[in-house]
Design a protein around this ligand. Structure first.
Ligand code: URP
Ligand code: ZN
Ligand code: ZN
Length: 475
């Protein structure tokens, strides 16, 4: 009887802290050994010349999420996790969004039921708290955290989601008591409304108006307010999808004061700009809608500031904020109201399959970040921040055998035609990359190889998590 079910031989194994030439022995879906040469295995994969990286963990994705009247998200759990696996990921973290007036428990139960049996890769579910009533704060939220939903997002904008300052403070206090991780969407609601209405009155309704309605000041102010609330409650928070220089500055300032403020950015803020929202060179006046996301894309100087933040350790994670809509679809970007004003274009862009190649190419291949930092930003820190470590996020004995074999020299051009998501476009169409995921293994099973999906939908597990008891503190 061979000692291992599978041996990966000849790869350079990269973790957040080490780079080594080692064989990987896998047994029962877990990494059982890492050694210069391992014993016999039932099956061998020759990975000479390839990197073995921890499978990507994308801790900020929107899948099958209610998106307003007449609007339909382009991915369900099957298509999103298929695309994620093809792009080198082995775990995603989508959101169960509580509609106002709804029970948080019923929301997450229904959402989980849609995920069960559909996912190709593992998933852990965050909550979105949009209606922090007394019963949500007093009963439902603490019970859900205890049941393994240990992280949730709150919004400082959007008509149906915004929490006021008092509500933010109340929610932060519950998170502190229960040891939950809070993610904050930092953009100021009132300012956006003021600017949007002013732009519309002036006739600026193009997709590009979206960028004008949410300048960096809006994000900077909200980031500062969230940081101040977090300081007051003494709660570590994650400021998600940081888009530009000004919010980055606020976070750097907070961290320098010793506050535990974590930060996430996304490939779109490193590679695209607001100019893309003008649809320049495109015959279609609405083409800029393909790039409408919040916070909006910025400029080249902001890209550099975010790269600098990554290098200085201000950012913990790079996620996709995959929020896919179809473009040429009345239930997507080109919905009838969206054609009348940027205000009605659904916010969000697809990116679950392209996150890793874009960041690897622009980061590692262009010499901006090390391989180890790439692993930290795309897997290890996600696992650590959201309670999946030491089950996921590294390559070491005992971890799930979630491994991506990566060709660092492979040149590819991103094309919608080759992607697996449910959207009908990619914002990175024609984007040239160096470095490509050639094989993805989830718990020791080959689930994607060279763009072909091999695993069965439904093999992915929905993961419960536990809070770190040291994070649970009296309010
Ligand atoms: O535009 C975006 N990012 N839409 C997704 C929802 C969010 O705020 O993350
Ligand atoms: Zn958000
Ligand atoms: Zn998001």
């Amino acid at each position: 009887m061979p000692e291992f079910d599978l041996a990966i031989r000849g790869a350079t194994v990269v973790t957040a802290s080490d780079t080594m030439r080692a064989d990987i022995g896998i047994r029962d879906g877990r990494i059982a050994a890492l050694a210069e040469r391992i014993a016999d295995a039932a099956r061998t994969i020759d990975a000479s010349g390839l990197l073995a990286l921890p499978g990507g963990i994308d801790s900020h994705v929107h899948i099958d999420q209610p998106s307003g009247p007449g609007i339909v998200m382009a991915d369900d759990f099957a298509s999103a996790t298929r695309a994620a696996a093809a792009g080198g990921n082995t775990c995603v973290m989508p959101f169960a969004l509580q509609p106002r007036g709804a029970s948080l428990r019923e929301t997450v139960d229904a959402y989980r039921a849609r995920a069960e049996g559909a996912c190709l890769i593992d998933a852990a579910i965050h909550l979105i708290v949009a209606d922090p009533t007394d019963s949500v704060l007093g009963q439902e939220l603490p019970a859900l955290v205890a049941d393994g939903y240990t992280s949730f997002k709150v919004f400082m904008t959007y008509d149906d989601l915004v929490l006021n300052d008092r509500e933010l403070l109340e929610v932060f206090a519950v998170a502190r008591r229960e040891g939950a991780r809070v993610m904050v969407h930092a953009e100021g609601y009132d300012t956006i409304r003021y600017l949007s209405e002013k732009l519309e009155r002036a006739g600026e309704t193009r997709p590009y108006g979206h960028a004008l309605s949410r300048p960096q000041t809006v994000e900077r102010e909200a980031a500062h307010r969230a940081i101040s609330h977090a300081e007051l409650i003494d709660l570590p928070i994650v400021i998600v999808h940081v888009s530009g220089a000004e919010a980055t500055e606020q976070i750097a300032w907070a961290q320098a004061r010793g506050l535990r403020i974590h930060a996430e950015t996304c490939p779109q803020y490193l590679t695209l700009t607001a100019e893309d929202m003008k649809g320049i060179g495109d015959a279609d006046a609405m083409a800029g809608a393909k790039y409408v996301c919040s916070p909006p894309l910025r400029d080249a100087a902001s890209q550099e500031a975010v790269w600098s933040g990554i290098r200085r350790g201000i950012f913990d994670v790079v996620s996709s904020d995959h929020c896919p809509f179809r473009y040429d679809d009345p239930a997507g970007k080109l919905n009838p109201r969206g054609k009348t004003s940027f205000r009605w274009i659904p916010n969000g862009i697809p990116g679950i399959e392209t996150r890793l190649p874009v960041l690897f190419s622009e980061g590692v291949s262009k010499g901006r970040i090390s391989l180890n930092r790439f692993v930290a930003l795309t897997a290890t820190n996600h696992a650590r921040l959201y309670g999946l470590y030491p089950r996921k996020g590294s390559i070491a004995p005992g971890f799930d055998a979630d491994i991506t074999l990566w060709d660092p020299n492979r040149r590819e051009t991103i094309r919608q035609a080759n992607l697996h998501h449910g959207s009908d476009y990619t914002p990175w169409e024609g984007f040239a990359v160096t470095g490509w995921p050639v094989m993805t293994l989830g718990r020791g099973e080959v689930i994607a190889e060279e763009g072909r999906i091999l695993g069965e939908p439904g093999r992915g597990r929905i993961l419960d998590r536990a809070v770190d008891p040291s994070e649970r503190r009296a309010a």
